[in-house]
Design a protein around this ligand. Sequence first.
Ligand code: PGA
Length: 254
Amino acid sequence: MRKKIVAGNWKMNKTFEQADELMSDIMDQLEQTELNRDVQLIVCPPFPYLELCTDYANDSYFAVGAQNVSDQERGAYTGEVSAEMLKSFELVDYCIVGHSERRSYYGETDAIVAAKVNRLLAAEITPIVCCGEVLAEREAGKQFDVVRRQITDGLFHLDADLFKGIVIAYEPVWAIGTGKTATPDQAQEIHAFIRQLICEKYGNEIAQDTTILYGGSCKPSNAKELFANPDVDGGLIGGASLKADEFIAIAKAF
Ligand code: PGA
């Protein structure tokens, strides 16, 4: 059975003190709540707070992820963080790749996404690979073409064994941070399409085992409906992951 995941992407938010407070609130919430243990909770803080979060994760069942990684191995790349460095934190088990904000503000192409995925897999870190169309592409009915290209060019160079280590997040760009969520039907349609692409490339068993998350204004009020879809295996949560009660309420939607 494929893993269900609720991952919080803090983006570039919180001071160290606020991050500490959020983690401590999450721990409090977890103590008070009975969560479905089949759901993997992940927090993805900014780089400087990874150690803070892994310290908390030490005696808990949530996992920690980074939000980005360098496409290069090591050396003179000022400001970059390598997969090897992430790995040296030990409890950093996941890393977001190809988020639409990285693609649009920092020129992350499918080729760069592919290179980052390779670095992470070599370091035994699970990439959470984002895909999704912008509003103009959806309005032109091009969402399937865009997602096919992103998945094919970013991931389908992998052999089957490596592909098994991938988590995918479908995040329609028009829904990110806008308060506008994809309808459960819109989400299910693309998730099923992505699973079909994986099936055609790697076969049905791997397709059925691949976790595909939804992201884009997912909140406690809509998570249940979204996660009820057969091909939606959880969420990548931005804004709502910055408040412990909302984040945990989303995890409880399973
Ligand atoms: P949002 O962000 O939940 O704030 O829309 C989701 C994301 O960008 O991963």
